[in-house]
Design a binder for this molecule. Structure first.
Ligand code: ATP
Ligand code: MG
Length: 323
C-alpha cells in the first residue's frame, strides 16, 4: 500500500498542519510505503521570491524531520525534483472540465477573500491529482479541506481510465476525525494564508502571546462556559489526555475560571508536547549536508516510480517515442 501526501512550504508549519496531516505521516511511515513531499510547485502560486521559497523549503524539511519523519522509513522529497509531475499535470489538464475546478473550495475561498486568482491557483487541483497519481498512491492522509481535492483526483483518474484503458490507481483520503479542522486564533480554520496560525516552533514567548489572543466569547470570570464551543478548549484537546480534558471541561462548566487560565493551560501543554521536537530541530538545523543527502535520495526514489507511471500514461494515450 502506498501512502502519499504533500505539504506547502508557504510558511512555517502550524498546529493545524501537525494534527491534521504531519502526525498522520509519522503514524503511517512504519508499516506503509510512504512518500511525503514538500510542495514547492504549489507554493509558487503564493511566493514569488526565490530566496524565500528556497529557505522555506529547507525549513519545511527540517521541521518534518524534527517532528519525527524518519527518512529510513519514508521517502521525503521536493516536488520540483520530479519534473515528471508537470508532464502528467498537462495530460490530466486536457481531460479536466472547467466546471469541476470552478467548484473547488480552495479556489472559491481565496477568491471570496479577494486573493487574485491566476491560472496556477485555479488549476492547483490538477497538479495535486498528478502528485497523487504519479506514484500509484492508494492512501492520502490530509486535513478536511483536502478531501474535495482527493475526490477530484479520483474523478480524473476514472476519466482517464475510461478514455484510455485501466492505467491509473484510484486513491482514498485519510482524515482524522479528532483533528480534521484545527481552529486558528480567530476561530476559523488555521491556515498559513489566513494569518491566524500558531506555529509549532515559534519562540515560547511569541507563542504564548498568540495563544493569549485566541478569540473567545464575552463570558465573565464567574460565568459557566461551554467547552464544546470554544477554540481554546478545541486546541487543548489536541495536547491533553482524556483525564486532563475532563478536568478542564469541568472547570469550564463550573464557572469561576477565566479564559486566560485555559489559554495558559494550552500554552503549557503545547510546550511540553513539542519539547523533544524543538531539541531535535536545533541539532538538525546545523546539518545541511545531511539534509541535502536525504532530499537527493528521496528524489531519486520518487523519480524512479514517477517515470514508471508517466511512461505507462504516455503509452496509454499515444505520447512519447518509447513505445
Ligand atoms: P495555505 O494557507 O498556504 O494553503 P495551509 O496552512 O492550509 O497553507 P497546506 O500546506 O495547504 O497548509 O496543508 C498541508 C496539510 O495540512 C493538508 O493536508 C491540510 O489538509 C492540512 N491542514 C492545513 N490546515 C489545517 C487545519 N487547520 N486543520 C487540519 N488540517 C490542516
Ligand atoms: Mg491549504
Amino acid at each position: 500500500m502506498r501512502v502519499l501526501s504533500g505539504i506547502q512550504p508557504t510558511g512555517r508549519f502550524h498546529w493545524g498542519n501537525y494534527f491534521g496531516a504531519i502526525k498522520q505521516y509519522i503514524d503511517l511511515q512504519d508499516n506503509e510505503q510512504a512518500f511525503y513531499f514538500i510542495a514547492d510547485l504549489h507554493a509558487l502560486t503564493t511566493i514569488r521570491d526565490a530566496e524565500r521559497l528556497r529557505q522555506n523549503t529547507q525549513e519545511a524539511a527540517i521541521d518534518l524531520l524534527a517532528l519525527g519523519l524518519d527518512p529510513k522509513q519514508a521517502t521525503l522529497f521536493r516536488q520540483s525534483d520530479v519534473p515528471e509531475v508537470t508532464s502528467l499535470t498537462w495530460i490530466l489538464m486536457t481531460i479536466t472540465q472547467m466546471s469541476l475546478l470552478e467548484k473547488c473550495h480552495a479556489y472559491k475561498d481565496k477568491k471570496t477573500k479577494g486573493i487574485a486568482a491566476d491560472a496556477g491557483l485555479f488549476t492547483y487541483p490538477v497538479l495535486m491529482a498528478a502528485d497523487i497519481l504519479l506514484y500509484d498512491s492508494d492512501l492520502v492522509p490530509v486535513g478536511q479541506d483536502q478531501i474535495q481535492h482527493v475526490e477530484v483526483t479520483r474523478d480524473l483518474a476514472q476519466r482517464f481510465n475510461t478514455l484510455f484503458g485501466e492505467t491509473l490507481t484510484l486513491p482514498e483520503s485519510r482524515v482524522l476525525d479528532t483533528s480534521a479542522k484545527v481552529p486558528g486564533i480567530d476561530g476559523e480554520k488555521m491556515s498559513k494564508s489566513y494569518k491566524n496560525v500558531i506555529e509549532i516552533f515559534e519562540t515560547p514567548k511569541k507563542q504564548r502571546k498568540k495563544v493569549m489572543s485566541i478569540k473567545t466569547d464575552s463570558a465573565t470570570l464567574e460565568d459557566p462556559k461551554d467547552p464544546e464551543n470554544c477554540a481554546v478548549f478545541a486546541l487543548y484537546k489536541l495536547f491533553a489526555d482524556e483525564t486532563q480534558q475532563a478536568e478542564l471541561a469541568q472547570r469550564y462548566r463550573a464557572g469561576g475560571m477565566g479564559y486566560g487560565d485555559a489559554k495558559q493551560a494550552v500554552h503549557e501543554a503545547a510546550l511540553e508536547y513539542f519539547g523533544e521536537a524543538r531539541e531535535r530541530r536545533e541539532q538538525l538545523a546545523d546539518d545541511t549536508d545531511t539534509l541535502n543527502d536525504i532530499l537527493a535520495e528521496g528524489a531519486r526514489q520518487a523519480r524512479e516510480k514517477g517515470k514508471e507511471v508517466l511512461d505507462r500514461v504516455q503509452k496509454a494515450c499515444g505520447l512519447g517515442s518509447n513505445h
